[in-house]
Design a protein around this ligand. Structure first.
Ligand code: GLU
Length: 279
């Protein structure tokens, strides 16, 4: 089994990420597999080296160690463009003239990439040039493979990376579940086998919305500054996942047996379940 941590270094890690990454770590460690770390810094405008360093530091602090860091996405653009050429030759790409703002969203936020595309340009047969956005001809998402300004789309990068790095298992947040069908299609189109995917519950804030990198209060940095230890946080996550009856300090390795024995919970984790952390 080969799994991966694949953070987008556009902000700090929060408790919801920690929960997802703990489960990804448990999945791979329970099977005696290898765990990769890959910085998904394909968006040049939002990715920052300081955030990438902070992710490495926070993962280590939590005791979620990886076996190898593979090249960051920003260093692999030529490989993605080669895959794009392959898709183009297979007739799976169309030129799209929809608004630039939509295109920007597409490269930026992985969870925003998978909305249904109305199909406006799919039937128009616009010529493919260097200055036009390119989409995958697969409904309903029609993933953006390349932006009009030439930036590579995140959905292409993630599939090419998983293929080249031999990733066999992906465990990630429920917000990315919608992307699975398109990713399987892309893998097939590129001649690779899609990894087995699991999607795990998100963590919600007091407003009932999922935590985002903007929820500074739940970032590991601020929790640490308030005096919480990594064992404390693991205890809260473990209790929320049903691995412990009460939040008691623990380390990731202590949870391997419980992870093996119990199915992963399905429903989101509400802020009320970890109220002391919000105080
Ligand atoms: N880099 C993505 C994110 O941080 C994760 C993508 C994936 O796991 O497939 O949301």
């Amino acid at each position: 089994m080969i799994g991966r941590f694949a953070p987008s270094p556009s902000g700090f890690m929060h408790l919801g990420h920690a929960s997802t990454y703990l489960l990804a770590w448990l999945q791979v460690r329970a099977a005696g597999g290898r765990l990769l770390l890959r910085m998904e810094d394909i968006d040049p405008q939002r990715s920052r080296a300081l955030y990438a360093d902070a992710w490495r530091e926070d993962l280590e602090w939590l005791g979620l160690h990886w076996d190898q860091e593979v090249p960051a996405q920003s260093s692999r653009v030529s490989v993605y463009l080669e895959a794009l050429r392959q898709l183009q030759e297979a007739g799976l790409v169309f030129a799209c003239h929809c608004l630039r703002k939509d295109m920007n969203d597409a490269v930026r936020a992985p969870h925003k990439n998978w909305g249904n595309y109305p199909g406006t340009c799919a039937l128009m047969g616009f010529p493919i040039t260097d200055s036009v956005a390119l989409r995958l001809n697969f409904a309903p998402n029609a993933l953006v493979l390349r932006r009009a300004d030439g930036a590579c789309g995140y959905p292409l990068a993630v599939v090419v990376d998983d293929r080249d790095q031999g990733v066999s298992h992906v465990l990630r947040g429920q917000d990315l579940a919608e992307s699975e069908a398109s990713q399987v299609f892309l893998h097939q189109a590129l001649g690779s086998i899609a990894p087995q995917c699991s999607h795990v519950p998100l963590w919600h804030g007091p407003d009932g919305r999922r935590l985002s990198k903007r929820d500074g209060a739940m970032s590991l940095r601020s929790l640490r500054e308030k005096g919480w230890t990594s064992e404390d946080l693991m205890g809260y996550i473990a209790a929320a996942m049903g691995y412990l009856a009460h939040p008691e300090g623990c380390r990731p390795g202590d949870l391997l047996n419980a992870f093996r024995a119990l199915p992963v919970r399905k429903e989101p984790v509400s802020h009320a379940e970890v109220l002391p952390l919000w105080a």
